[in-house]
Design a protein around this ligand. Structure first.
Ligand SMILES: Cc1cc2nc3c(=O)[nH]c(=O)nc-3n(C[C@H](O)[C@H](O)[C@H](O)COP(=O)(O)O)c2cc1C
Length: 351
């Protein structure tokens, strides 16, 4: 399908390209799944559970949320993004789940765009996660930019996103990272709120995670492959053959979300992980929790629903919650911690 793409290589042009491509084109990984199809719940045929007593509450970063899901950081900085963020914030408030916003880099460079990120005025009770890239954090005044990003939206936490593949393929992408672990440590020491490190779709390997934990971060979002593919999106944005080829080549690059979760949890079982990347149903949310994640992050499906309207967004979230609750009933799981004992590894057989 044709998409109305910006030819600008400005930050706002890029934001618009991302919105339009995510709306109009299949931007997900092509031949690699998120890995959750290698796990299956063993159903209890006759559960002895009153479905009204099922408790889906989870704790993350010292807050209690009603469901183990979060809205991943997605947008801001252009007019279209304001309404999307307002709708996502309304959902975060209604369903008591955390909400991320898109990279605030644009608002730091152009403060006139800051209002598109400011949803706390209308929804003061939500748990709002700010967002900045690791490349911006590694700039000369990166830590002070990150601290500004927190205060400008009254963020309850700040996510630093890692997107090395995306930057390599993005025509105007950043190419140099200067002392990323040192900068993360500096930020953690000065930040008034917890710092999260998140990948955007290639996953975080345990060796890198160990170095990230050493910097003092509070949570890692493993952001694996199996969902939205940012390398592929950057290839689509470019008119150059080389970028298109790179986007295709690396469309499925990375560690599937389920694999990233199981490998990391084994090594750091007590740390707070969230799992994002290709989560497309409440059954997969339940699998994330059973494998040790505090929440599952949902990006593209909520973005698409929010683009249409608030009702469509609420319906989408309610479908995820209903799927999670039915999964819990059918495994006789009254609370989230009960799910683990019902999950079986089945390898590459179909779930
Ligand atoms: C339209 C759109 C814009 C995004 N922009 C950002 C961003 O600015 N910062 C960020 O950390 N992640 C961004 N993401 C990535 C998501 O937070 C998420 O990590 C990724 O899409 C994988 O989840 P999914 O497969 O459920 O979409 C964006 C995602 C979408 C769909």
């Amino acid at each position: 399908m044709e998409t109305e793409q910006s030819t600008l290589h400005s930050t706002s042009g890029r934001k618009l390209d991302h919105i339009n491509l995510c709306r109009d084109v299949n931007v997900e990984s092509k031949s690699r799944s998120n890995g959750f199809d290698q796990w299956r719940f063993d159903p209890t045929a006759l559960p002895e559970l009153d479905s009204s007593t099922i408790n889906t509450q989870t704790q993350l970063l010292n807050r209690t949320f009603s469901s183990p899901m979060h809205i991943t950081g997605m947008t801001g900085g252009v007019e279209k993004a304001s309404i999307i963020n307002q709708r996502l914030a309304a959902a975060a408030q209604k369903y008591n789940i955390p909400m991320g916003i898109g990279s605030q880099r644009i608002a730091i460079k152009d403060p006139s765009t800051a209002t598109s990120f400011q949803v706390k005025q209308q929804y003061p009770d939500i748990f709002l996660i700010g967002n900045l890239g690791i490349y911006q954090l590694c700039e000369k005044d990166g830590v002070s930019q990150a601290l500004k990003a927190i205060t400008s939206i009254q963020a309850d936490a700040l996510a630093i996103h890692i997107n090395v593949l995306q930057e390599q393929i993005q025509p105007e992408g950043d190419k140099n990272l200067n002392k990323p672990f040192q900068q993360l440590e500096n930020l953690c020491q000065q930040s008034p709120v917890p710092i999260i490190v998140k990948e955007v779709g290639c996953g975080i390997d345990p060796k890198t995670a160990a170095k990230i934990w050493n910097t003092g971060v509070s949570c890692i979002d493993l952001g694996g492959v199996g969902g939205t593919s940012w390398g592929y999106i950057e290839g689509l944005r470019s008119s150059k053959t080389i970028h298109k080829r790179l986007g295709e080549t690396f469309r499925d690059w990375g560690i599937p979300t389920a694999e990233a979760l199981t490998r990391n949890i084994k090594i750091f079982p007590d740390n707070q992980y969230t799992a994002t990347g290709g989560i497309r149903s409440g059954i997969e949310v339940a699998k994330c929790v059973a494998l040790g994640a505090k929440t599952a992050g949902i990006g593209l499906p909520l973005f698409k629903a929010a683009l249409i309207g608030e009702t469509e967004l609420f319906d989408e979230i309610e479908a995820f919650i209903a799927e999670l609750k039915i999964t819990m009933l059918l495994t006789n799981s009254q609370k989230l911690s009960d799910l683990k004992q019902h999950l079986r590894y089945i390898g590459t057989k179909k779930a």
